[in-house]
Design a protein around this ligand. Sequence first.
Ligand code: 3H9
Length: 680
Amino acid sequence: MTSPISTRRHGDILIVTSNNPPVNALGHAVREGLVKAIEEADGDDQVKAVVIRCEGQTFFAGADISEFGTPKSFAPPMLPQVVDIIENCTKPVVAAIHGTAFGGGLEVALACHYRVAVPSAKLGVPEVKLGLLPGAGGTQRLPRVAGVAKALDMAATGNPIGAKEAHEVGLVDRLIEGDLESHAVAFADEVKEVRPVPRASERTDKIEGVDSSVFADFRKANARKFRGFDAPEYNIQAIEAAVSKPYAEGVQEERRLFMELMSGTQARAQQYFFFAERKAAKIDGIPEGTSPREIRKVGVIGAGTMGGGISMNFLSAGIPVTIVEMQQEALDRGTGVMRKNYEATAAKGRMTPEQVEKAMGLLTPTLKLEDLADCDLIIEAVFENMDIKKEVFGKLDRIAKPGAILASNTSYLNVDEIAASTSRPEDVLGLHFFSPANVMKLLEVVRGAKTAPDVLVTAMQLAKKIRKVAVVAGVCYGFIGNRMLMPRQIEANKLLLEGATPEQIDRVHVEFGMPMGPFQMADLAGVDIGWHRDPSRIENIRDALCAIDRWGQKKGAGFYDYDEKRRPSPSPKVQEIIEEFRAREGVTPREIDDQEIIDRTLYTMVNEGAKILEEGMAQRASDIDVVWVYGYGWPVYRGGPMFWADTEGPAKIVEGLKRRGFDVADLLARKAEAGEKFTR
Ligand code: 3H9
């Protein structure tokens, strides 16, 4: 087999090129090739310096994650050896960086004696997002080269920096405008006589005299963000070791911490999720070579919270939007909110005023549905009512141009029924955005019985363009996410009646790693969502709260009381209402332990997930996990509900469900019996 690493000479410079698509991951063959290339340079007097570069879209984007856990990842030379061999090269080695020098890729670059980069390049150590730390000397070399504060931030958050900033902090020696290879060779020519070659591991200038308060302050400032995750703390400890120990000992400490993380469940969950997210983009049953339709202009019906948020996604991506409302006042209010949101982003420095104007300039507000005639995609975001939706789609059928895609943002309703109100059901699908639609990353793409393959392909491609993670769902009540939310909510309500408090149930969920529990979520979203609006009809605790105006945070009261800063506290009034209901239903409250809350709210979700899979409403278990991580904040270090079910073990889930008297989904029962898992 030919090596992905090749070498050639340019005068006395050895050019080492990697060609390992798609991202030049540092798999075994690449590692082997790099070592051979350095040996070639060391062993040949004619070679005075080396340039390491990559073909394709990027410099090495990291270790090959798909090799993790396989014999290949342990096959010598392993990455820590490779980087040492590069650094120990007796001749200057220059890394020529474009695209993303990530993880092991940046570690290779740090082992090189010089780094040059094009301005568009990004440099980062995202290992923490895979539940890991840079395990090839990165935690030791990065602080020595970029400084402790920058290294801490990069390693513990995993966020990359641009080449310009990398240049400012000393991580990049020269920014290259123009052809990278020829400039890198010229740079190598300039430095080929420098002796001793500058080795990052030998530097101490940026790690001397660093006060330990840097680490304490960093931990404190990020405590909330890192809650529940193991890897950020390990990254911090590894960088602390870089400051407090000699290089050789620091590297050993890095190795120890890396191996500990690698053998943990969190790393497995996060690496699983990396591939889950990418798999979600793949649609089953689509003929090979199906090309997407072109989307040059989008129409959005409804300028409320959802319609406005949806529109912003397209405007931000440079796609013109025509937004329709029925009344001028609602239209003005809606577009005003969009402008305000953009301006708030600009005030935080995440957008320039020019970008705000550019985005708003792409927006055409109108009161006439007919103005959508030239749109390639029309998304309906009107009131959640089947009759209204059918009426809108009937009208769209007459107005929209041939080939236009007609989408509904419904959260629950039957997309096939909506499609049937048109003469072109093949052009119809659901695009279920999550609120706030301009922020949340998840998009459920609902595939109707007749949705054409190219419509689906278009939706998935467009999702990527507007930076969403799309998951295909089948037509069923609540699709994937909201359908699984239902059993959780039903059980949470029953638990209240039986003796639990909103605080206890929410605490169990937050300790599990969710951003909030079911009652905190209800208060945030609005307790009145879906309420029948009749204060005299009180059938459950929620009705009772709505009847006395406790609609959640927006009213300063819901399942919790809120102060003027929206800080929650347990509500005596709610407790009173719960007790009234218990008396009414003849329920004697009992002590409820946390495990019962888990069994009844989370195991039932898994059970529903199994039904969704069995019915083919999700293409694969990992898609369900993507929905929950991106749509509801399920902690990624637990992989998602189906991955978590596997770590608990399907048999344990079945046992928990049976103990509480639930019917077990067939698929779950079969998995438990066969000792199989959902996700592996
Ligand atoms: C590490 O380095 C550990 C070391 O410190 C220590 C070792 C001892 N490996 O994302 P895309 C695949 S940990 C294997 O759609 P984009 C990906 O699955 C690593 N495969 O493209 C997909 O395959 P498919 C630290 C990888 O342009 C295809 O490439 N590095 C890897 O949107 C295209 O990916 C990272 O964590 C990999 N490392 O984004 C970087 N990376 O087509 C992870 C990608 O079959 N990667 N693939 O679905 C990324 O962040 C993005 O992929 C990147 C490109 C920004 C590079």
